[in-house]
Design a protein around this ligand. Structure first.
Ligand code: PHE
Length: 495
């Protein structure tokens, strides 16, 4: 009685998993994180985190999805009844992320257009916050809708609805088969262009220069684990959902290694491209590389436009850069939305079409709150809290529940081994049962310590409370609330 949707090919699944993993985190988060945490020396903790937490967790999530063949909450509930809540909590987190992530894709769409004629002029920062976003003076005021954000946002949703509506094989798989190869080709062109610019070498030297004195610093290790988690889309309910569509005979462990290494390769490539471009900019403007480095929104929408302005044939390069953000973003956006589409379908026994209309529709409506003049503050705050006190915390609950309480690692190992070439050993259970929970627990304590020492971005406390803490803790409660409802007898598991 196997009528669950399935991937058409192994490559289809791999591209979809890579599409989820390779996102804005690779392009705008990794380069600056590596640079700030020891440059070349960061690769040691980074590789360690990849091998002791990233890939082991990916194997675990693939195994859970493949073995129990359900959305994250459904699969967890089969591992152990008490775990269903963690699944819905992760789904709620993913839902929240899917309400502001498309905003960034929308900006990138506009910027790929602004690139022609470098419409941001001499001062890219004031163009971004002023002319483009019309940012409100203070966090907490929302002002008017910004049409140049709203319209591309609607376009993003149209694409998301289209691909999700068509289902796993005909929608998600097709989208990733187009987006990911295109992304890789475009990105390689960007990197080749960047490394051949004058000054690029200086940027690369700065990036790779190892600062071994940092290696004993706990915060560097926390940064490495944090990057690996976010980058591999672990504890977002995504990888469980995607692997639940794998055919019965699929090599899980191998797939996890491939996904993990492909994602890290892309990250390295992005680091090279970004720092080569930064080196070029520094040399053109007589600044030190360290003065130009930035991450996140600042890197993509303030620093990069400046770099692009300085370049020959700037329009094309700018277009390609922002197009790569759009492609990387869309494939991640599709994956994160699929978590609640799958969950809703199973919990309420409704068709995919209905789940897309209800879940996606709701997310689209909420996303409008980020399309006004106060949107940037809101996005920044929700993103910070949902990552630190949503994803990371839910990840901690997930491994502890499985490794310590459900004690199901051995069962999962047996399942993975039964379908995979590479056999798991004691190392796998030690990584998940010991190393990962300890590091994540330590990370949580460090984060909380930071929280009491300052207000994030110096935003007013009330604002942080309402849109940071309430949202992060709200996700936990929302998860508990849905858990109360019972599963229907005949879960509708087909397209
Ligand atoms: N792995 C993604 C990234 O690097 C994380 C993510 C997935 C974010 C899905 C949002 C949605 O950007």
């Amino acid at each position: 009685m196997e009528n669950r949707s399935q991937w058409g090919t192994r490559l289809g699944f791999l591209l979809a998993a890579m599409g989820s993993a390779i996102g804005l985190g690779n392009i705008w988060r990794f380069p600056a994180t590596a640079y700030e945490n020891g440059g070349g020396a960061f690769f040691l903790p980074y590789l360690f985190a990849l091998l002791t937490a990233g890939i082991p967790l990916l194997i675990m999530e693939y195994t859970i999805g493949h073995k129990y063949r359900g959305s994250a909450p459904r699969s967890y509930s089969k591992v152990s009844k008490g775990m269903e809540w963690i699944g819905w909590w992760q789904v709620a987190i993913s839902f929240i992320i899917s309400t502001y992530y498309p905003i960034i894709i929308a900006w990138a769409i506009m910027y790929s257009y602004f690139s022609f004629g470098t419409q941001w002029g001499d001062d890219a920062t004031s163009f971004f916050v002023g002319d483009y976003l019309q940012l409100a003076e203070t966090p907490g005021t929302f002002g008017d809708m910004v049409p140049k954000v709203l319209f591309p946002l609607l376009a993003v949703w149209a694409m998301v609805f289209f691909f999700l509506g068509r289902g796993v094989k005909r929608g998600i798989e097709v989208a990733n088969k187009i987006f990911i190869p295109a992304l890789v080709v475009i990105f390689i062109i960007i990197v080749i262009r960047a490394v051949t610019l004058p000054g690029a070498l200086e940027g690369l030297n700065t990036f790779f220069e190892p600062d071994w004195s940092r290696i004993m610093d706990g915060s560097v290790w926390v940064a490495a684990y944090g990057q690996i988690f976010f980058s591999l889309s672990i504890a977002f309910a995504i990888m469980i959902t995607y692997s639940s569509y794998l055919p019965k005979k699929s090599d899980i462990t191998n797939n996890a290694f491939i996904t993990g290494f492909a994602n890290s390769s892309f990250e390295l490539l992005a680091g090279i491209g970004v720092f080569a471009a930064i080196g070029f900019m520094a040399s053109q403007t007589d600044q030190a590389v360290s003065e130009v480095v930035d991450d996140g929104v600042g890197l993509a929408f303030m620093v990069f436009p400046e770099i692009i302005s300085q370049m020959p044939a700037s329009g094309l390069f700018g277009f390609l850069f922002f197009a790569s953000l759009v492609l990387a973003g869309l494939s991640s956006m599709i994956s994160i939305s699929e978590t609640y589409i799958a969950g809703l379908q199973e919990k309420f026994n409704i068709s995919r079409g209905k789940a897309v209309a209800i879940g996606g529709g709701l997310a689209a409506i909420v996303s409008l709150f980020f399309a006004n003049q106060g949107g940037l503050y809101l996005l920044d705050t929700v993103d910070y809290f949902i990552n630190n006190y949503g994803v990371a915390l839910a990840g901690l609950f997930e491994v502890v529940a499985i490794a310590w309480f459900a004690k199901s690692l051995k069962d999962l190992q047996a399942h993975a081994d039964s379908v995979s070439d590479i056999k798991l050993g004691l190392w796998w259970r030690v990584c998940l049962g010991f190393i990962t929970p300890v590091v994540l627990g330590y990370m949580m304590l460090q984060n909380l310590k930071t929280e009491v020492s300052r207000y994030y971005e110096d935003y007013p406390y009330e604002f942080l409370f309402n849109y940071g803490w309430v949202v992060a803790i709200g996700a936990m409660f929302a998860g508990a609330l849905i858990t109360i409802k019972k599963w229907p007898k005949n879960t509708n598991e087909s397209e």
